[in-house]
Design a protein around this ligand. Sequence first.
Ligand code: ZN
Length: 130
Amino acid sequence: MNETNQNINKRCPYCNKIIVGRTDKVFCDDRCRNNFYYEINNEQKTFIRNINKVLLKNRRILRTVNPSGRTSVPKRYLEELGFDFNCFTGIHKTKKGKLYYLVYDQAYSFDDDDSVTLVVFYRNAQSVVG
Ligand SMILES: [Zn+2]
């Protein structure tokens, strides 16, 4: 059995050229391997950076709208400020079954009348919501 023949049709995941050489070869050469992982790394960093941007913007909005630590606003008002309800850092369920969506130390919950209650959830790293 010729080991080189087993590489027929096996292509480099970076440049898509047919791999020539040992059967365990995955990339043409070090350059293709390095470029491949560099791009994956970059995509992941960009992805995470974009989510972090949304989270920080959400937190900034909550802090600005809720300086007293507890308030209620129409849901639409937050949306108009650019708040993204799909982006939060956690969910807390109170003993009464109410759900709070956390954005770091800030939190919000949905009320029946299309408004949103905002609370400061953590103060000095201690939860202030039951
Ligand atoms: Zn290649």
